[in-house]
Structures are given as structure tokens and as C-alpha cells.
Ligand binder design. Structure first.
Ligand SMILES: Nc1nc2c(c(=O)[nH]1)N[C@H]1C(S)=C(S)[C@@H](COP(=O)(O)O)O[C@H]1N2
Ligand SMILES: [Mo]
Length: 536
């Protein structure tokens, strides 16, 4: 009953209240910061993916409607994940401020709120498809306990009267400013240290994965890829290189943290309908099999007309049809009971592919190598699936760990559950790489060039149109294989003014890319790529 506020006048009481509100907000932010840093540190020692931001972010991604995700990819491109994580942090900061203000009124309620967020994080972490142990709750729980305790302690200092000797000195503050500042500063310093440590330590599991990748020696293929024809690559500045370097290869997946898989511990199970001899394979089992090397162009169904979401690489892998046949699988055309192959990744992605396509003689493979390197982690190390002619979301499971034979009636894979088509062969498309949209050129010969693709059907013809003029046939580079894109160029006699350049391709079956513009949902965009160029 000796509280300093008892015998104050109303004005002073309001001042104290305001001060407490500000200190509460600051305490909330500091406690939140400390909670996240503690969680990150614990996660880095156990499993980085189990951290609360990653777990809640992953849960949010899985619950995002397909159309919103498509919008996010369109507006933020492959930065969509950074934007999401930043968004989560902004929301958390706001919540921390609110909890801090609540705590400045009711100390216990504020701390209880922090603990509640810990429970949400723990639930998200333990129910993620990649969660294998209840220990995934630890980062969130420990972070929340640290945050709740700090908030309680900081508010305690903000409320406490200053030590008597000081407050009697007249000019000294009427609250425990020194105590608050000491705890606040210590919190900021220790949390920053913990956060930095979390970043550098990276987890022993990750280190093992990195070491296992460095240790991979890719065997020579039994069936080497034909040397890429020299004239598959045109020498026009600005055209996409025929082979996309790994570092420039587009990346699309739902993983907020790239899964780091230790090849020595990796296993692949093949089982399900019509599998008479289920098997579990190790990475070494795959390396010992006859390998094939093929150039294959991979395309994302979310690629807009003219978009960047495709790339061409030389892949090394195990023919998938042989593996399936050894397990007793027959395609539906030979009486097999399963028409869908569902691939599952270590992070819980599911991708459904027609068994018929995998076994019809095309180069469907379990890829281990990409442009002469073991698969980069981002692209699915140690093993991913590839099926030429199908969009990535129905064929190209990265970090694969399980293959189940089933039917399309029995199971919808991840993106199908979110409104995308069950089956999705790549649509015939073409893109102008140079000039760039809205580029300026001098009148005279302007080289227009780009790529066209219709995987597994091949490209037979590319045509270019200037404004509303006639279609002119472009010069095609050599076709490497019908599973790769094909470069083209057209020497345009440019005249002064603004011009529209449009391109369209015809595939190996003689079908020309339709003009009708449709968006990527549900089975890939259609329409002609058209750009505006200034000549003058
Ligand atoms: N495990 C997993 N595999 C995945 C995906 C994913 O989200 N998770 N995305 C698919 C999609 S939509 C595409 S287009 C390709 C992209 O492969 P890349 O990132 O190597 O270019 O991977 C496919 N495989
Ligand atoms: Mo994709």
C-alpha cells in the first residue's frame, strides 16, 4: 500500500499511465525479439525448419488459396517467400507491442499472451508434414517462456518505484529507470548475440548434409547425352543461353527453408498398387545403377506468357521406368492397376504423375546430377524426379523420399487439392528474349531472338509478326532434342516509330500456339508473347 501512485493528482496519474504504456510497448518488442532469438537458437541446434517463423509460415503457405499464391509469385516473383517472412515479422512486432501494452495494465495477462503464441508456434511446428518428432515444439516453447519471463520482469521494473534514496533526491526519476534500462539493454545485446549464433551454427544436421553432397562422385553415364549440337546456341546478344547455369536456374517450391538432406541417410521407398516387389533404395543403390544423361527443359505451370520460370539443364539420373518395372509395375496400357504415381518429398510435398507417361519410353528419371554437379540443395539434393513434357508440379518432385502407385480417383496431390489440373502436359509457348520490352533501337536490322518450347513434341516452326503485318518465319537453331527448348532469331528491318513484335510457335505435331490469352490456373498459360519497341 505504499505505491508511489496512491497520493498523486489525476494529471500525474495520467502521466504515469502514459509512461507505462510506452514502456509496455517497448517491453513487448524486446520480449518478442528475445523470444524469436531464443527460438532461432534452439531451432538451429535441433532442426531449423522447426523454428516458429518457418513453421507458421509453412502452415500459412499450405492454407493459402492457389490464386493468392499465384498472385504472390506474379508480384513478388521468387522473392515471395522473403515477402511472406517479412510480413510475419511485421505482424509479430505488432502483436508484441499489443501484448506489451496489455502487460503494462495486467502483467500476468501479457505474459500469458506470449505463452499462447508459443503454443501456436509449437502446434504449427509439430503438425508440419516434415515434422518427425515432438521435439519440434521446443524452439517455440523455449522462446515463449523466455519472452513471457522477460516481459514480466521488464514491466516489473517499469512499475517499480525507484529505490527510496534516489527518489527522495528530488530530481531522480520516480520509477526504476536504471533497472529497466539495464534489463532492456541486456535483452537486446544477448538476443542479438543468440540470433547471430543461430545463423552461423546452422545445425549439425545441415553440416552432415553439406558434407554428404561434397562427397558425391557422380559416375559416368552408361548412356551419355549426345553432345549438344554447336548450332543449338545462336550468337545473338541477349538470348537465353541454351544451357541454364545452375545458379541462374529458376526455383519454385513451397519450402521456406531449403531441405538439407544427408545423402547417407536418404532412402527412397517404392510401393503401392500393383507393386509386387516393394523396395527401399539408398543413394548408393542409385549410383550403382546404369545412369542416363539427358538435356531436359523444365517449366513451371505458373509461368506467365513471356515469363522467366523455365530453364534447360543436362541431367544425370536413373531411368524411372526400369526401376518401376523391376518392382512389378505395369502401365495402365499393359493392364497395370495404378494410373497415378505419387511422389512425396521430405518436406511433405506430393506430386502426382501419370504412370503411363513415366513408362511410355520417354526419359523419365530420378535425377542425381544437374549440369555436371550433384543436384544443388535448392533443386532437390540428393534426388529429384523429372518427366520430360510435363509441368514441374506434376512431375518434378525435389527431395523425393517416397513413390506410391495409386489412382487419380483415389488421391489428389498437393496442387490438385488447391485447384490445379490433375494432369498437365507443357503447352507450346515461345518468348522474345531480345529486344527487351520497351527497348529503344536505331532503324535498320534489329536481331529479334528468343526461345520456344513444347517439351516431348519438339518445335517445328517459329514465326514473328511486326505490328499487324504478315507472319514471317524465324530462323531456328538446331533442335537438341524434342525435350528441350529451341532458340530462334529473326532479322527485323526496323523503321522509325513504335512497333509491336509478336511471336508464336508450332510444335512437332503441327499445332500452332493459340492466340487466346489465359492465365496459368489451372493447367498453364496460353497466348502469344508480344512486346513494344521504340525505333528512332
Ligand atoms: N518438394 C518439392 N518439389 C517440387 C516443388 C515443391 O514445392 N516441393 N515444386 C515443383 C514445381 S511447381 C516446379 S515448377 C519444380 C521447380 O523445380 P526447380 O525449383 O528445380 O526449378 O519443382 C517441383 N518440385
Ligand atoms: Mo511449378
Amino acid at each position: 500500500m505504499s505505491g508511489a501512485g496512491e497520493n498523486r493528482n489525476p494529471r500525474e496519474r495520467r502521466r504515469v499511465r502514459r509512461r507505462l504504456t510506452y514502456l509496455g510497448a517497448l517491453s513487448g518488442l524486446l520480449a518478442g525479439y528475445a523470444a524469436l532469438a531464443a527460438a532461432a537458437l534452439v531451432a538451429s541446434l535441433t532442426r531449423p525448419e522447426a523454428g516458429p517463423v518457418i513453421a507458421v509460415g509453412g502452415a500459412a503457405i499450405d492454407r493459402t488459396p492457389g490464386a493468392v499464391k499465384d498472385w504472390a509469385i506474379r508480384y513478388f516473383g521468387t522473392n515471395d517467400k522473403l515477402v511472406l517472412q517479412f510480413g510475419i515479422l511485421v505482424v509479430l512486432a505488432l502483436l508484441a507491442v499489443i501484448l506489451g501494452v496489455v502487460a503494462s495494465r495486467r502483467r500476468r495477462a501479457g505474459s500469458a499472451g506470449v505463452l499462447l503464441f508459443g503454443v501456436i508456434g509449437a502446434l504449427a511446428a509439430t503438425t508440419r508434414p516434415d515434422s518427425t518428432s515432438p521435439a519440434d515444439a521446443l524452439p517455440s516453447v523455449i522462446g515463449a517462456v523466455v519472452g513471457a519471463w522477460l516481459l514480466y520482469s521488464l514491466i516489473g521494473r517499469a512499475e517499480a518505484p525507484a529505490p527510496v534514496a534516489l527518489s527522495e533526491a528530488g530530481s531522480a526519476p520516480d520509477w526504476d529507470r536504471r533497472g529497466f534500462v539495464t534489463v532492456a539493454a541486456a535483452t537486446a545485446v544477448v538476443s542479438t548475440g543468440a540470433g547471430l549464433l543461430a545463423r552461423t551454427s546452422g545445425g549439425t544436421q545441415d553440416q552432415n548434409a553439406v558434407a554428404s553432397r561434397s562427397g558425391v562422385r557422380l559416375p559416368a553415364p552408361k548412356s551419355p547425352g549426345r553432345p549438344t549440337p554447336a548450332n543449338a546456341q545462336l550468337h545473338v546478344p541477349g538470348i537465353s543461353p541454351f544451357t541454364t547455369p545452375n545458379k541462374d536456374f529458376y526455383r519454385i517450391d513451397t519450402a521456406l527453408v531449403v531441405p538439407m538432406v544427408d545423402a547417407a541417410k536418404w532412402r527412397l521407398k517404392i510401393h503401392g498398387k500393383g507393386v509386387t516387389r516393394p523396395v527401399t533404395l539408398t543413394f548408393d543403390d542409385l549410383l550403382r545403377r546404369p545412369l542416363v544423361e539427358r538435356d531436359i527443359t523444365l517449366t513451371c505451370v505458373s509461368n506467365e506468357v513471356g515469363g522467366p520460370l523455365l530453364g534447360n539443364a543436362r541431367w544425370l539420373g536413373v531411368p524411372l521406368a526400369d526401376l518401376l518395372a523391376e518392382s512389378g509395375v505395369r502401365p495402365p496400357s499393359k493392364g497395370g492397376p495404378a494410373n497415378q504415381l505419387v511422389a512425396r518429398s521430405v518436406d511433405g510435398m506430393t506430386i502426382g504423375t501419370p504412370v503411363e507417361a513415366v513408362m511410355d519410353g520417354r526419359d523419365a528419371m530420378l535425377a542425381l546430377g544437374m549440369n555436371g554437379q550433384p543436384l544443388p540443395f535448392k533443386h532437390g539434393f540428393p534426388v529429384r524426379m523429372l518427366v520430360p513434357g510435363l509441368y514441374g508440379y506434376v512431375s518434378a518432385c525435389k527431395w523425393i523420399r517416397d513413390i506410391e502407385l495409386t489412382t487419380f480417383d483415389a488421391y489428389d496431390a498437393y496442387w490438385v487439392q488447391r485447384g490445379w489440373a490433375q494432369q498437365a502436359p507443357v503447352k507450346t509457348e515461345s518468348r522474345i528474349d531480345t529486344p527487351k520490352p520497351f527497348a529503344s533501337r536505331k532503324p535498320g536490322t534489329v536481331m529479334v531472338a528468343g526461345v520456344a518450347w513444347a517439351q516431348h513434341r519438339g518445335i517445328e516452326k517459329v514465326e514473328v509478326r511486326v505490328d499487324d503485318g504478315p507472319w514471317r518465319t524465324a530462323t531456328l537453331a538446331a533442335q537438341d532434342s524434342r525435350d528441350t527448348w529451341r532458340q530462334w532469331s529473326y532479322p527485323w528491318q526496323a523503321t522509325s516509330g513504335r512497333h509491336h513484335l509478336t511471336v508464336r510457335a508450332t510444335d512437332g505435331t503441327g499445332r500452332t500456339q493459340p492466340s487466346k490469352r489465359t492465365g496459368p490456373v489451372p493447367s498453364g498459360a496460353t497466348g502469344w508473347h508480344s512486346i513494344l519497341v521504340e525505333v528512332g
